[in-house]
Design a protein around this ligand. Structure first.
Ligand SMILES: [Zn+2]
Ligand SMILES: [Zn+2]
Ligand SMILES: [Zn+2]
Length: 397
């Protein structure tokens, strides 16, 4: 009922909503003198709140540290506001790095650059700082300058693409909370830049999937405070903060999750018959084995967590993989569970439902789901629990 009332309230103001939204496509200050007194106001901003109409130069000055804002330039011929990149507001506009939005005195190279923000993909021109560094280098590496400015570089050598830290964080949340795919996200970003001619916007997908994976890896290290080397002893202390924790621990830090030697004692002295009260179980799932044989991996898909947390050292893994003899039945591309298709003579019933190896999977699923359903339903229909004495009988099943 409450929702209906809310909607009625909104609907009653529909005309005002429409008129106000439409009024944002014009401005009474348009083509009047700008506050600088030098030019006419013909620029609005689609991202600033309650933005003021300005002349081109004043708009650029105001946005030198907000270049991802989309400029709205008045098109006098067709009488509408045209969406434009920061660098297209005025010819030869360049975004300078290293000097808070101003151009470096020694900047020589100007590079066309694809900058990706949550409001779309922007084609801009960048000028890197060429000031010598304190340690005597001729200038800070370009990828580092980008990172310092809040743009995650798409590559190291002569980067031509970069992502604002905001868009990477946005994608990270979208992926974990909304289960969105990278492909669709890139699609959205291109549409945000140009909803009508998406093809004119550069496709960044290949670069994006590598960069976001690396960014996520760094994000985990930072959020787990691993950038501060917690495996080393703190100054003035003999031991590292958690001496009993795995080296390279990158798991979620939870005060409530029992961890031996961290938030519970390392050794327990309990009588044998009470041992079950103090136990920890680990489950490692390695059943993807068959599907991984002979799989053609993406060459960029290399381990980033070498020897950390639950992952083995790549060197050790390679040595085991090299010495491991693959049994004949595992060679070739196999389905998850490999059984021969039964003939009419061997298994009259099975041969009626299994016509190819692919039919085994739905069958296992059906058996599994039915068992789960029956075992759970037994509680609702009031079957009493089996007595502890008879538990071993279940093993027969
Ligand atoms: Zn703005
Ligand atoms: Zn002005
Ligand atoms: Zn400089």
């Amino acid at each position: 009922m409450k929702n209906v009332g809310h909607m009625d309230e909104l609907k009653a103001q529909e005309t005002i909503f429409l008129q106000t939204l439409l009024s944002r496509h014009h401005d009474p200050l348009l083509l009047t003198w700008c506050t600088c007194g030098k030019n006419n106001r013909k620029m609005g901003c689609s991202n600033c709140l309650d933005s003021e109409m300005l002349c081109r130069q004043c708009w650029l000055d105001k946005h030198c540290m907000m270049p991802p804002h989309w400029a709205l330039i008045w098109n006098a011929t067709d009488k509408f506001f045209e969406k434009s990149n920061f660098c297209h507001v005025r010819k030869n506009t360049v975004i300078g790095l290293g000097h808070h939005g101003q151009l470096c005195r020694d900047a020589e190279l100007r590079r066309t650059f694809t900058s990706v923000h949550s409001n779309g993909v922007h084609a801009i021109t960048l000028a890197f700082c060429r000031c010598p560094t304190a340690d005597g280098q001729c200038s800070t590496p370009e990828f580092q300058q980008l990172l310092h400015a809040g743009i995650f570089p798409g590559s190291i050598k002569e980067p031509k693409t970069g992502y604002t830290l905001g868009v990477l964080e946005y994608y990270c949340q979208l992926r974990s909370q909304g289960k969105g795919s990278a492909y669709n996200f890139v699609h959205v970003l291109r549409r945000m830049a140009d909803p009508f001619f998406m093809g004119s916007v550069l496709d960044i997908y290949i670069n994006f999937i590598v960069v976001t994976r690396f960014h996520q890896h760094l994000d985990i290290i930072l959020k787990r405070s691993y950038a501060h080397m917690p495996d080393d002893a703190l100054p003035g202390e003999v031991e590292c903060p958690y001496p009993n924790r795995l080296i390279g621990y990158l798991g979620l830090q939870c005060a409530a999750c029992p961890e031996r030697g961290v938030n519970m004692p390392l050794i327990f002295n309990v009588p044998n018959y009470l041992r079950h009260l103090v136990s920890q179980h680990f489950t490692l799932d390695g059943s993807f084995k068959t599907n991984l044989f002979f799989k053609r991996d993406d060459s960029s898909d290399t381990a980033l967590t070498d020897g950390k947390m639950y992952f083995p050292l790549q060197k050790e893994f390679d040595a085991i993989a090299k010495s491991y003899a693959i049994p004949d039945e595992d060679k070739g591309i196999a389905p998850t569970l490999l059984y021969l298709v039964s003939s009419q003579e061997d298994h009259a019933f099975l041969s009626k439902i299994i016509h190819s190896v692919g039919d085994y999977y739905p069958l296992w699923q059906l058996v599994y789901q039915t068992t789960v359903f029956l075992s759970r339903s037994s509680i609702s229909i009031g079957i009493p629990p089996i007595s502890a004495r008879l538990l071993p009988l279940l093993a027969i099943l």
